[in-house]
Write a protein that binds this ligand. Structure first.
Ligand code: WTA
Length: 650
């Protein structure tokens, strides 16, 4: 059963339609609707044609080898991702075009042309080599949103080392887990990063993560905040600027096999342990290149801004690889949207003449709450297309975005995808698709998506079910790092040879997909994936806690908020101090984004007779709803007591 269907009735009554304007269609990169049918008839031919637009050292022999659930794309091909994102643009006038426009939170700014990017990436790649990093190694990157972050990623790609980027909000313990799992030998970090005027102590977190034994041999430190000059560890740490100072500015790109690993990115699943999602070279590059070009209608003259953090997959695919493979200008902003004031994003749009904005519904809902006066302070007429990602967008937020940011003239592309999919899989093609507020509309050409019931049968128009993908696609994950069984188990075991997304969805009469949220134990908080198990293990790690269960309840701004139900040990009394302590404990264990919004105390957790925690009932309690079916409860009094305690004041 698909549980997480809040708001679907409202969604299905949503009947506004926005066909592309003639003006947009006439200039669009793709405007021929036949592309869908052609791609469906011959998906491999479709992707192969796109792949001709990349630069190959050696062309592939076979487009796809599909030995379910293992796919190999462009088998026999050789190429280099950093070459495709940088060097090939140097042959034309693009060489002096801005590749990255970066703005720091304090207001500082740097612009890297493609030629600049080439030089910096090559120098750092040579620096990596000088530290003994070789093809096949893993390198962990724990940086704020500074230009050195994409430079480090591209330098890894250049020499064939796989990067593992960790979002700057993660704690020392989370860093340590990820380093241990990937067995990285090098860590790249910064002394700190700016956020809302304060300094995030990244170097301190990194140092705390590196207690021995650790596979890390060296730490490269970017000097950003000048806040850790006294923390450099002799023999282990080296400043970025010292490392690159005398490096040559050319570095031959390593010829990589299509299926060589490009990067690892850890994400939350249904167990407490994050999974290292493995992406490879050719398919991933192609998937991000093609979708960026068509979904965002990327053009030579665009100034494109994805507001995500590169620590998440959205930043990997649509700040770094997709846009740069297209030779686009990609904007990066270091800080918070309300620093120094709530109009910072719109000031950035006006300042750089940004034409494409890609952000998350949670940000849009925050802007809605702040009010229209902030975007109205700035000239937003340069914008021609808007994108949304990370969680379902409610029609009200879609309309607000369309009206107040797009000024009623820009298509809004709602893009559905996952860390695992690597690339956008469901989204409009803005020159073709009639938009529906709240719907990601249609699968990208070549993507075969279906909504099925428990037994795997297609549910047909109007019915709700599980979103599945029936054919492999180039950017798909290849495995879970070090855990191939879990890859099969997690994604390919519910329906044989079909990818299980763990998202609920509905298809309407016109074939539009409406995403309904996760159907597993993943909570989506402000478009960040957090597993209930991770938060539960962090809670029970506190000596005061006997047992804990977590759920996501719906939240007007964040999409979902984390609620922990906690049974304290016998000798501990519940109090506001304990609540504060437990919230703090989770933030220290995992990172601030996993801090529970509410903690409820309960003498017992509602369980089935077989001992399984009934999270559905906890959700009912947290959301103040009438309780669903309680017949399988071992002890109905438990949930009644909870309801009495907390149910009514929600
Ligand atoms: C959710 C982020 C509805 C979904 C790219 C998915 C969405 C999870 C959308 C992946 C969307 C992402 N509409 N839901 N447009 N985009 N999601 O791995 O539940 O951080 O499974 O990747 O976010 O999150 P992840």
């Amino acid at each position: 059963m698909v549980e997480n269907v809040g708001g679907i009735e409202a969604l299905l009554q949503e009947d506004r339609r926005f066909p592309p304007s003639d003006e947009f269609r006439n200039q669009a990169n793709i405007s021929d609707p036949n592309v869908y049918e052609e791609a469906l008839r011959d998906p491999e031919g479709f992707w192969a044609k796109f792949a001709e637009e990349l630069d190959w050292i050696k062309k592939w022999d076979t487009v796809l080898e599909w030995d379910p659930p293992h796919a190999k794309w462009f088998v026999g091909g050789k190429l280099n991702v950093s070459y495709n994102c940088i060097d090939r643009h140097l042959k034309s006038a693009r060489r002096n075009k801005a590749a990255i426009i970066w703005e720091g939170e304090p207001g500082d700014r740097q612009v890297y042309t493609y030629r600049d990017l080439y030089r910096e990436v090559c120098k750092f790649a040579n620096g990596l080599k000088s530290l003994g990093v070789v093809k096949g190694d893993r390198v962990t990157i724990y940086l704020p949103m500074v230009p050195e972050l994409p430079i480090a990623m591209l330098a890894c790609a250049r020499i064939g080392a796989a990067h593992s980027v960790i979002f700057g909000g993660f704690s020392a313990e989370s860093i340590r887990d990820r380093i241990d799992d990937s067995q990285s030998k090098l860590l790249i970090t910064a002394d700190g990063g700016f956020r809302r005027g304060a300094i995030i102590p990244l170097k301190q977190n990194a140092d705390d993560a590196l207690v021995s034994p650790t596979p890390i041999e060296n730490v490269v430190v970017v000097r950003r905040t000048e806040s850790a000059d006294d923390k450099m560890v002799a023999g282990r740490d080296i400043w970025w600027h010292d490392l690159v100072a005398d490096q040559p500015m050319h570095c031959e790109p390593e010829p990589m096999d299509s299926e060589d690993m490009l990067y690892l990115l850890y994400t939350s699943g249904t167990t407490g342990k994050p999974k290292g999602i493995v992406h490879t070279t050719a398919g991933y590059l192609l998937g991000t290149y093609a979708t960026a070009k068509w979904v965002f209608d990327l053009k030579e003259e665009d100034v494109y801004w994805c507001t995500a953090d590169i620590g998440w997959v959205t930043g990997h695919s649509y700040i770094v690889y997709g846009p740069l493979a297209n030779g686009a200008t990609s904007v990066m902003y270091e800080g918070s949207p309300d620093y120094p004031d709530r109009d910072r994003f719109w000031a950035i749009v006006a300042k750089y003449g940004i034409s494409i904005v890609y952000t998350a519904p949670t940000a849009i809902r925050t802007f809605m709450r702040w009010g229209e006066e902030y975007p109205q302070r700035h000239d937003l007429t340069s914008i021609r297309l808007l994108g949304s990602v990370g969680e379902p967008i409610n029609p009200e937020a879609w309309m607000w975005y369309w009206k107040n940011i797009g000024l009623e003239k820009c298509p809004v592309v709602d893009t559905w995808w996952q860390t695992e999919t690597g690339q956008i899989l469901i989204a409009p093609l803005p020159g073709i698709t009639t938009l529906r507020p709240g719907s990601a509309t249609r699968p990208f050409p070549g993507i075969d998506a279906e909504v099925v019931d428990e037994a795997g049968n297609p549910v047909g128009p109007g019915g709700g079910g599980y979103l599945t993908i029936k054919k492999p696609w180039p950017g798909m994950l290849r495995t879970i790092y070090g855990d191939p069984d879990r890859y099969v188990e997690q994604y390919w075991s519910r329906y044989p040879d079909i990818y299980f997304t763990a998202d609920g969805a509905k298809i309407d009469e016109d074939g539009n997909f409406w995403l309904l949220g996760r159907v597993d134990d993943v909570i989506n908080v402000s478009a960040h994936r957090i597993s209930t198990m991770e938060v539960e293990s962090a809670l029970v790690d506190n000596p005061k806690v006997a047992e804990a269960a977590c759920i996501g309840r719906s939240d007007e701004i964040k999409g979902q908020a984390i609620v922990g139900f906690v049974t304290l040990k016998d000798n501990v009394t519940s109090s506001d101090e304990v609540i504060a302590e437990l919230k703090r404990h989770v933030a220290t264990k995992i990172g601030a984004m996993a801090r529970p919004d509410d903690i409820y105390f309960t003498a017992e957790l509602p369980k089935t007779r077989s001992g399984k925690i009934m999270r559905r009932l906890l959700r009912d309690v947290a959301e103040g709803r009438a309780l669903g079916d309680t017949t399988t409860l071992a002890d109905p009094a438990v949930v009644e007591a909870l309801k009495q305690q907390y149910g009514d004041d929600e």
